[in-house]
Every structure is written in C-alpha cells, then in structure tokens.
Design a protein around this ligand. Structure first.
Ligand code: NA7
Length: 546
C-alpha cells in the first residue's frame, strides 16, 4: 500500500449501540454498502455497555424495548423481567451482534476524533484516536443522546482519598459498597435507580439532592408468562401500534381531561395507575397532564401526597417534595423503593439546593452551611451533557470548514433532527429536534435507521452523490420544534432537555415533543415528496457552498 492510498468506505457509522448496530445491518446487508462502524467501547451496547451502576435498568417494559425488524429475533428472545435490567439488555445486544454477524463491521476501542467534509472530493475525511484516516461518502452518527457524562466542577475532587465514579462510566468489575460510607450526588434516573441498591449494600448512604423529584413505582418483577405469550402471538401488531403513538409505547392513551372528572374518579384513576406502575401513570391517565398546568397540578399533588404517606419522617418527606416544577416537566422517573429507602436508618438526605457542596476534601464533602460529611466513596449520578455534548467531542466540520460546534453554539439547528445544513451526507440517528429521548428509544432509532437507509437507497438509485438540508426547511423545522415545546410543561423546569444542567449551555429545548406517530408521518410524507427540504446534486454538478 502506498502512502497516498486511503481506505474508502461508502459509509462510516459512529457508535455501536442499538442505533449503530441496526444502521450497519441495513447499509451493509440490505444495501450492500461497504460500511465501517467505530465504537469507543470494547463491546457493543452503547448506553448499556457503560451504565453498569447498581440498579441500572430501562424504564420501557422489556417486551417493547427491542428491535422489531426480525420476526424470528422477536420470537426467540425471552426477557426475564417486566423491565429489562442492564445486564440483560447487554446480553440481548450481544446476541443480536452475533446473530447478524455485526462484529465484523465494527472496530472497537476506537473513538472518532474528527469528521471533516472535503469540499473538493465531496467526501468525508474521518480520523480516529487509533490513527485511522479514512474517507467516506456518508457519515452517520449513532452516538446516543445521553453519552457524555457530566461531573460538576467542585473544588477538591483531586484531593479525595476514597473512590469515586460517575454512573455512566461504571467499572466493569463493579464497586464494593459493603462496610463503606457512600455519598450519592444527584437524584435523576441514575440516582433514583442506584440509591435503593446502594443503601442496602453500604454501611451508610448520604444522598445529596439538588432538586426533589416526582417518581412513579415501576412495579417491577418477573415477566408475566401469560402476558408474554399473548404478546408473542401478536408481536407485529403491537409494535406497529407503538410506532404510531405519542411516545412509542403500545399503551392506551387517555382522551379525557383531568379537569372534567370528579375528584373521586381522578383519585381512583391515579391510584390504579400508580399500582400498575411505570409510564402508564403519565401516558394513560389524562390527556392534558403534559399541556395544562391545572390538570398537571392534580397529578403532581397526588404524587406529593404519596411521598408524605411513604416517608416516615415528616421533615425528610418535606425535603423530598417536588414543588418547583410540574410533574413530567423533567424526565419522568420510574423507581423501585426509592422513597421507602429514606425510612432506613443508614440513609440521610442532604438538601444541596440551599447549601451546595462547596468542596470535596480528602475524606468527604463540605456543604455551604459548613457541614462536613465523611465518606469512603462518592457516586456522581450527575447526568450528561445531553443531545449535543457528544457531537461536540468530535471535531465535525462541514462545508468550507464550518464547525458544528460553532453552528450550534446558540443551540442545535437541524432538519427533522436527521440532517443539518452545510454538513452534506451526514445523517444523525435520534439527533436533536427529533423525538428521541421523549420516546421509547428503539422505536425512534428504528424509524430513523429505516428512513435514512431508504433515503440513501433513493440517492443511489438516482445517482445523487451529495445531499444537504435546505437551510429554509431547517429554519422552519426548528421553529416548529420550538412552537410545539412552548405548548408543554417542559418549558417550566430546569432540565437537561433544555440544557439547564450544564453551566453556560444555551437554554433551548432540544427534543421534538410532537410525538413519534406524527413525526413518522411527517418523515414519510417528506420521503414520498421526493425528500422535499433536501438539496441534492450529482457528481457532475457539485453543490456550491453558500
Ligand atoms: P439527570 O437526570 O440529569 O440527573 C442528574 C442529577 O444530578 C439531578 O438530580 C441533578 O440535579 C443533579 N446534579 C447535576 N449537576 C449537579 C451539581 N452540579 N450539583 C448537584 N447536583 C447536580 O441524569 P441521570 O443520569 O440520572 O439520567 C439521565 C437520563 O438517563 C435520564 O433522564 C433517562 O433518560 C436515562 P437537578 O435536577 O439538575 O437540580
């Protein structure tokens, strides 16, 4: 091989979680393309490869948290729990990788460091931290929405003499909590899942809470075999139905307003769905909980009352009551024994909203009121630079060297969350401004993978080499995303959906709240109209830079 020879691929895919694995299958096996996947982990799984903290599991019920593209795969896999726990999801994804020979298309332990569009060649120049320098006609990002961990800048962490870990980069060998005094910082999904387990395993647990949360019991348990049998007999229909709902779950959505029923009836509905557990409470109770503040108040108050009933110590219960934001305006949480955990003798709750952690010392943490907490282990359940952070870890440059970081410095700007103008032939799976994190992820991932691969097939059939989002179509989409968000409760909380958890990040609502069903219809309509909103050119007529 001479020095001037560069390996060329039809497509480079970044990431080998649900999204990257399926993208590889579609492009390589169905379209016959030459595809390289780069994955920073040493195995497949993405989120589920990294998130090995105690209690890690998915909030989607297992029968719908899966690929739907293969009937045999659907029939042969048996989940053991009502909700899939992390080790089982990882086993499932490894099974899929083996079954469809996906590993042969993936280079592990390799992070893409740069992807730059070359205006002269019309190709992407891609570089990795392992020294790969390749070209590709298409770049597809399958980098996850919640994959760049956030560790707050608290002075003194370097001096800490104990162990510390972020939930999203958990050691594969596990963490020993027995006999340890542990601090957990953060009460989002990762915190509320891990806190009950760490409380049981450790000598003492101190939870540092900035924002009290609403959380609904999962009512987790082993999978109901009779239910599973029924699901398997109707799998295709159930999953097709899920694709056309608001959030990608085949649940009955209510069409009733919380304000048009009697107090007794409302109470009975909430009690029933609390017992049923999980997202049924949010999706199946009343139609206007996510959009009407007064309707939402009824659900918020019901949960506050549950907290008062469950937590024995009134002072602790008071500290756990969420009052500064409406239910489901932050990511809805699903727990197992979260509030009960505060009845344990070995668990304390510290409110860091009023007295933030000022310093980490060699032996623990000190809060602004001067209190010192001696601990052996600190768990950062402090979340992620979500939706855009992982893009910015890669040097992504489009036409004329334009940096994605610079283009999105005021917030992401995309067409359908799939493409962004000036970055031709780059597609994003569950990118910002698509339903993504507001949905059952495999549903949204499959929809994007299938739509993108159909689009690439169309481009190949029409001998179109370069495609880019039309800037006006993008402006219109961004406006639509924002208009929809303005009609929801989401704008009323400081959440990672809005970038509010990252100091200095622009406050822009990033996912698309219009629902996966309507979104799918819009994408299909655009495809049927010869992919309106995209600018296409063939090799003879290179697209000129704006
Ligand atoms: P989240 O949901 O972002 O939760 C992070 C938690 O950490 C949350 O309670 C934050 O409080 C808290 N936090 C963040 N930064 C700080 C600082 N600087 N000081 C104190 N506390 C802090 O992340 P998760 O990993 O739990 O969940 C991520 C997603 O994974 C989840 O939504 C699901 O989609 C799956 P805050 O609420 O911001 O006041």
């Amino acid at each position: 091989m001479s020095d001037t020879t560069t390996t060329h691929y039809d497509a480079v895919v970044i990431g080998a979680g649900f999204a990257g694995m399926y993208m590889l299958k579609r492009l390589r096996d169905d379209l016959g393309m030459n595809v390289q996947v780069y994955e920073r982990g040493s195995g497949v799984g993405g989120t589920w490869f990294w998130n090995r903290y105690p209690g890690a599991r998915c909030d989607s019920e297992s029968y719908v948290y899966c690929f739907s593209f293969d009937d045999d795969l659907l029939q042969e896999w048996n989940w053991s729990g009502k909700y899939p726990e992390q080790p089982e999801i990882l086993s499932y994804l490894n099974h899929v990788a083996d079954r469809f020979d996906l590993r042969s298309g993936i280079q592990f332990n390799t992070s893409v460091t740069a992807a730059r569009f070359n205006d002269d060649s019309g190709l992407w120049d891609v570089e990795t931290d392992q020294g790969d320098q390749v070209t590709a006609q298409y770049v597809v990002t399958a980098i996850g929405c919640i994959s760049t961990g956030q560790i707050p800048q608290i002075p003194g962490l370097d001096s800490f003499e104990g162990e510390w870990h972020h939930t999203g980069a958990w050691p594969h060998e596990g963490v020993e909590f027995e006999g340890k005094r542990v601090a957990v910082i953060g009460t989002g999904s990762s915190g509320i899942q891990s806190i009950p387990v760490i409380a049981r395993e450790s000598e003492h647990l101190t939870v540092f809470q900035r924002t009290p949360q609403y959380t609904i019991p999962a009512q987790h348990g082993t999978v109901d075999q009779a239910f599973l049998k029924e699901v398997k007999a109707n799998y295709r229909q159930i999953l097709d139905e899920a694709r056309h709902t608001a959030a990608g779950f085949p649940y009955d959505a209510s069409e009733t307003s919380a304000l048009e029923v009697s107090d007794e009836e409302r109470q009975e509905t909430y009690e029933r769905l609390w017992e049923k557990g999980g997202f049924h409470f949010m999706l199946g109770s009343y139609s206007d909980i996510a959009t009407d503040r007064r309707a939402n108040d009824t659900a918020s108050e019901f949960i506050r009352q549950k907290i008062r009933e469950i937590v024995n110590d009134p002072e602790t219960a008071e500290r756990l009551l969420p009052r500064d934001h409406p239910f489901s305006s932050k990511r809805a949480l699903i727990d197992t024994n979260y509030f009960d955990t505060y009845n344990r003798d070995n668990v304390d709750l510290v409110d860091i909203r009023h007295f933030p952690i000022e310093e980490i010392t060699p032996t623990g943490l000190r809060t602004a009121d001067g209190q010192e907490y001696e601990v052996d282990t600190i768990v950062f359940a402090t979340g992620y630079d979500a939706m855009t952070g992982t893009f910015f870890n890669i040097d992504i440059a489009g036409r004329n060297g334009r940096q994605l970081r610079e283009k999105w410095s005021g917030g992401p700007s995309t067409y359908l969350g799939v493409a962004t103008a000036d970055f031709p032939n780059m597609f994003m799976i569950t990118g910002p401004q698509s339903p993504s994190v507001l949905s059952n992820m495999p549903v949204s991932i499959e929809q994007h993978v299938e739509w993108i691969s159909d689009f690439i097939e169309y481009l190949r059939e029409h001998a179109i080499d370069v495609v880019d989002a039309d800037p006006q179509a993008e402006v219109d989409w961004v406006q639509h995303v924002s208009d929809i968000a303005d009609q929801t409760m989401y704008m009323l909380a400081d959440s990672w959906y809005l970038g509010a958890n990252i100091p200095g990040k622009p406050r822009v609502f990033m996912p698309y709240a219009g629902g996966v069903g309507p979104y799918r219809e819009r994408c299909d309509e655009i495809a049927a109209n010869s992919y309106e909103g995209f600018v296409m050119s063939d090799a003879q007529e290179p697209v000129l830079a704006d």
